[in-house]
Design a protein around this ligand. Structure first.
Ligand SMILES: [Zn+2]
Ligand SMILES: [Zn+2]
Length: 200
């Protein structure tokens, strides 16, 4: 996948054009380059993201998922909810990790952008005019990485891969199949968590 394709896929996946998603793409690519890693087809890579929810630039995480192949569907990503723009990328095979954080000066300036002003005043990202968004996207797509992020040196990091659960149990109340970790026992019979008495 070349860079332009990646940007296109990122925008399609994310749902709108904004500067933070491409920043996630750039940061993810930089981290992979630092470790000499390829995009995760399976769960070779793992992301621990500092981002949270309901804060500006959280779109960053979607770019990070697209670039690294660390996705919620593959459960090789987790959020720390520390409300910062940074992450650790782990390469399980190499047993190495790298820390990437957004430069505070860059972030502070980016939060003054016309795009952010519009968002702050309540304009949805899809309705911010292209003449405001496009130059910002181009800028973050082309700026040297060291102007935007601190990419650390690789360090040792061991992380084993948990086995997927394939076994199911059937909920004795609604009949749903529950992967075994999710089933609970009620009167000695398996129940799903929606049927678990705590919900009544
Ligand atoms: Zn966005
Ligand atoms: Zn049930």
């Amino acid at each position: 996948m070349n860079r332009d394709e990646l940007l296109k896929i990122g925008i399609a996946f994310h749902g709108h054009k904004c500067p933070a998603m491409p920043l996630g793409l750039r940061a993810g690519l930089a981290a992979m380059e630092k470790l000499g890693s390829q995009r995760a087809g399976n769960r070779e890579l793992y992301v621990i993201s500092d981002t949270g929810k309901r804060h500006a630039m959280s779109c960053f995480l979607d770019g990070l998922q697209v670039a690294t192949g660390c996705t919620y569907g593959k459960f090789n990503i987790e959020k720390r909810y520390h409300d910062k723009i940074g992450f650790t990328l782990i390469d399980r095979k190499q047993k190495k990790a790298v820390r990437v954080t957004m430069k505070p000066e860059f972030q502070a300036k980016a939060l003054q952008s016309e795009f952010v002003k519009q968002r702050r005043s309540g304009v949805p990202a899809t309705e911010v005019p292209a003449e405001i968004i496009d130059p910002l996207v181009k800028r973050v797509w082309t700026l040297p990485i060291e102007e935007m992020f601190d990419v650390g040196e690789p360090f040792d990091y061991e992380m084993t891969e948990p086995k997927s659960v394939f076994r199911t149990e059937q909920c004795s109340r609604c009949g749903a199949l529950v992967f075994e970790k999710g089933a609970r026992l009620h009167d000695g019979k398996p129940v799903c968590q929606e049927c678990w008495p705590h919900h009544e």
